[in-house]
Design a protein around this ligand. Sequence first.
Ligand code: SF4
Ligand code: FES
Length: 369
Amino acid sequence: MDSPFGLLTELTYRCPLACAYCSNPLNLGDYSDELTTDEWRRVLAEARDLGILQCHLSGGEPLLRRDLVELVAEAHGLGLYTNLVTSAFGLSRPRAEQLRAAGLDHVQVSIQADEADASDRIAGTPSFRRKITAMGVVKDLGWPLTVNVVLHRRNIDRVAELLELAEEAGADRVELANTQYYGWAWRNRDALLPSRAQLDAAEVVVRAARERLRDRMDVLYVLPDYYSRYPKPCMGGWASRQLTVTPNGDVLPCPAAQSLPLPRANVREATLARIWAEAPVMTAFRGTDWMPQPCRGCDRRELDFGGCRCQAFQLTGDAARTDPVCHLSPDHHLVARAVEAANAGSPARDLPLIPRPHRGSPTGVPGAA
Ligand code: SF4
Ligand code: FES
């Protein structure tokens, strides 16, 4: 068993946006008993003792936590590299200055599209202009900026314009990540899954941009694994190097694992070190012993670890099956069928998106609006 090096702290699932591709859990009521500031402080200290080096402060929208500056200061004081993963919707200059003074190392801002109307429609909230302003503040204060775009059928044809926007914002890195179908995104999968023609066109643009921008901006492009022959090595292997702590203190190997029928482990009941080493939610799929065929006999098993457990569960109802994305999986037809549907008919076959209901507003949060 290795030590984890990355900690994703999901500080709250409250969020002023309502993206149709949101991967946060559906049962948000189960997470409303958020950890207190002192409980998060303890989690951060335990994480450092466990060997964690990087702390990603995420959500929902982490800016909605009134104690965000304190938590950043705590993590920074412990020597952790801190990354704020935010919509930037509530990132005012004064709040940003406080975060800078607290030692925040890096900011990742998500954008939904390159134009206000499309962006606001996808986000379910008028937010585009404020994001652009906030990205300016991030650069003014000298932070490295990553722009993150979740790609899907409705925005992937605008990859060139999205890259331009990131470039104009002065981003050091842009992550173009095709949607992962967990949480609310699963409900919208068929409306979000791009066609092969869309992906091919996007890839040409990305390749050219990488070449053109290679000295200025890293361009990371994550293909939708539905179109891959082999699955991704999700999280670098189950409970191998990454930990997630949800707003109420549940500890998971990845953010989507809350959907799996595994006993919960919570920082209110045990230390992070103990959970990492012993909790069934960590040990269930660690390593390769749990693997069924065809993974068990496959020479890629140490490369992709049988793919994604959450996706296997989502598609087959059994988290211990080979990820159906793999063309060797006996369940591969489940993925092939969705891909076939995404490529049938006209390219503009746009199914309606089911909007995610709103679940929190920045109103009344000091410095967030
Ligand atoms: Fe990976 Fe399993 Fe497919 Fe082999 S059979 S490539 S180990 S998912
Ligand atoms: Fe949970 Fe892949 S998202 S294992």
